[in-house]
Design a protein around this ligand. Structure first.
Ligand code: SAM
Length: 248
């Protein structure tokens, strides 16, 4: 029946697509996508050819109307982005919102997400995580934005484009405590995949050690601030130490 399927696609390795996603892409009447060339290539890899509808951040509203009309006529439509899960630091949320508001069915087809892939292989304890996504591009705004994150206790997840990674690492090291752990997950699922964990004190040196390290796509994970309970304990220990010193 008429449904908008929100389909996750691979973030690098073409094998990372679900059987259900392939089946759905093969039965839909059209695929709404961020970039028709990229999605055309992807579908060709799986032996599929479909009507493609360009749905990028500048035309989401108009496309939503087109998709709603098609869905009302009983069509099934897939929504994909260039990589990973649509609507997560990618276009799609406005379309999904409009389609849902029109009372039509939206079904997610889960799959690759750079954030979750990075978290899963980081070794950080991620009972809670805070998805930040892309930081503001301008230095001043980035600084203010990061300052507000200082007391977040959950692991923070940042997305970064290669041309800004060095600046971002500098901004992180000048805002957060040097003892916090950071994980760089670069080129996940691709040939030059690299996952490096260090403290913020070591981060600038690591990123600058090799020019190749600054290439590709990054997820940066940052350990959160100590939880309030932990902070009380740290403070209690500090006071106990002072008292013990004074007693001796
Ligand atoms: N919707 C995607 C998802 O589900 O993760 C994210 C798209 S967003 C426009 C692109 C950003 O995701 C990149 O700048 C990078 O931060 C991250 N990313 C995507 N693919 C990646 C990969 N293979 N390795 C590391 N980071 C990746």
């Amino acid at each position: 029946s008429a449904t908008l399927y929100v389909v996750a696609t691979p973030i690098g390795n073409a094998g990372d697509i679900s059987l259900r996603a392939l089946h759905t892409l093969s039965i839909v009447d059209a695929v709404a996508c961020e970039d028709t060339r990229n999605t055309g290539h992807l579908l060709t890899r799986y032996g599929l050819s479909k009507k493609l509808i360009a749905a990028h951040q500048h035309n989401e509203r108009e496309v939503a109307e087109t998709l709603i009309r098609r869905l009302q006529a009983g069509e099934r439509i897939a929504l994909v982005s260039d990589a990973g899960t649509p609507a997560v630091s990618d276009p799609g949320a406005r379309i999904v919102d409009a389609v849902r508001n029109a009372g039509l069915r939206v079904a997610p087809l889960p799959g690759a997400s750079a954030a979750v892939a990075a978290l899963s292989a980081s070794g950080l304890l991620n009972d809670q995580f805070y998805f930040v996504g892309f930081l503001p591009a301008k230095a001043k705004q980035r600084e203010t934005f990061l300052f507000k994150l200082k007391s977040v206790t959950a692991t923070m997840v940042f997305y970064e484009a290669p041309h800004r990674i060095v600046e971002t690492v500098e901004a992180l090291t000048s805002t957060f405590e040097a003892t916090r752990h950071v994980v760089f997950a670069r080129e996940l699922t691709k040939m030059f995949e690299e996952i490096h964990r260090c403290t913020l004190a070591e981060a600038n040196a690591w990123i600058n050690a090799e020019a190749n390290r600054q290439k590709g796509e990054f997820v940066v994970l940052l350990e959160g601030a100590p939880a309030a309970g932990d902070q009380d304990e740290i403070e209690a220990e500090r006071i106990l130490k002072i008292l013990l010193q004074e007693c001796s």
